[in-house]
Design a protein around this ligand. Structure first.
Ligand code: COA
Length: 326
């Protein structure tokens, strides 16, 4: 008897872009009163990439998207939608996604941006998955692209050392697969706007008198992060009738080594099954998960058929999780 097939959003390709310029902790210490030791001990970060003038949100997003399409062997004309998660768009409008559309020649796609800060990639993945389930598109580019160096307050040592620039993209393709086959199995999204003042940008087009810098109460974010992330991960496990032992890899949002370790410990995930790139990229917000996933896939750690759990938390507060089989 043939197995029943179901339509799933399968990760068909992944691509990344990192700005050419790498800035070490020692170089940050020339700009603000800090030290390599302080940054490494509190965050695990050793370096970050900062974009040059030509490395815009759209430029980096398009480069990552091209990589995802090349890996999938899918032509840009066959992309149905582009969802780009960013807190640092090139313009208030049009959406950075349509600039990516033009750059890669995805003529038949529609594109839009979403703002969910560091949870943006999980949110975009959730949206794309629902759109594929609904039959609205068969190939969707999900992109996280961020140029946080443009919104950092380089007079605030408590925040400017924590973030970096970069982009990551995945191509999700609709496929009819058996129950045990690849694809997104679930996404869970949350936000709590009563916690908005914990992490925000103090300005926008609607508030032209404000500088538009990132502001954060690091201690409060830290306090909420481990609990909320662990709850989002447990929600994904319970929904899929799994335990953390069933998960091959945890690929967390790369904000801070101590948060990543805290969530891993709470779940009983051994560090060997948790992907960490925060040391090399710092916090690249919506780009951090695809950057981490791509690295662990390309170095052979993450293999086809494995179960991957993604989680993120960011300004909003927003948070969520996604479970997929490669
Ligand atoms: N270098 C040296 N000292 C620094 C510093 C830096 N870059 N940044 C802050 N400090 C100092 C503070 O001024 C403070 O000094 P004081 O005691 O003389 O006032 C001291 O270090 C402790 O500051 P505090 O903010 O309490 O440190 P912390 O232990 O909470 O660590 C963070 C700060 C930001 C590393 C930590 O709160 C954190 O990781 N929060 C989560 C942030 C995050 O990941 N956000 C993104 C989520 S998407």
């Amino acid at each position: 008897m043939s197995e029943t097939l179901r339509r799933r959003a399968v990760l068909a390709g992944i691509g990344t872009y990192l700005p050419e310029k790498i800035v070490s902790n020692a170089e940050m210490a020339e700009r603000v009163e800090t030290s390599d030791d302080w940054i490494v001990e509190r965050t695990g970060i050793r370096q970050r990439h900062f974009a040059g003038p030509h490395e815009t949100c759209a430029f980096m997003g398009a480069a990552a998207a091209r990589g995802a399409l090349a890996m999938a062997g899918v032509a840009a004309e066959d992309v149905g939608a582009i969802i780009l998660a960013t807190s640092t768009p090139d313009q208030a409008f049009p959406a950075t996604a349509v600039h990516v559309q033009a750059a890669i020649g995805a003529k038949k796609a529609f594109g839009f941006d979403i703002a969910a800060a560091c949870s943006g990639f999980i949110y975009a993945l959730g949206l794309a998955n629902s759109m594929i389930q609904a039959g609205q598109a068969d190939n969707i580019l999900v992109i996280g692209s961020e140029v946080y160096s443009r919104i950092l307050n380089f007079a605030d040592r408590g925040t400017c050392v924590l973030f970096g620039d970069g982009a990551g993209a995945v191509l999700l393709s609709a496929r009819d697969v058996p129950e045990s086959g690849p694809g997104i199995l679930s996404t869970h999204l949350h936000s709590d706007g009563t916690l908005a003042d914990m992490l925000y940008v103090d300005g926008a087009v609607g508030q032209p008198d404000k500088p538009g810098h990132l502001v954060m109460n690091g201690r409060e974010v830290f306090r909420h992060a481990v609990t909320l992330l662990a709850s989002a991960v447990n929600e994904a496990l319970a929904f899929n009738n799994l335990t953390s032992k069933d998960i091959d890899w945890l690929v967390p949002h790369q904000a801070n080594r101590r948060i990543i370790d805290g969530v891993g410990r709470k779940l009983g995930m051994p560090p060997e099954r948790v992907v960490v790139t925060v040391d090399q990229h710092a916090n690249t917000s919506a780009a951090s998960i695809p950057l981490a996933l791509a690295q662990a896939m390309s170095d052979g750690r993450i293999k086809p058929g494995q179960l991957i759990l993604l989680e993120a938390l960011g300004g909003g507060l927003t948070w969520g999780s996604a479970l997929l089989r490669l």
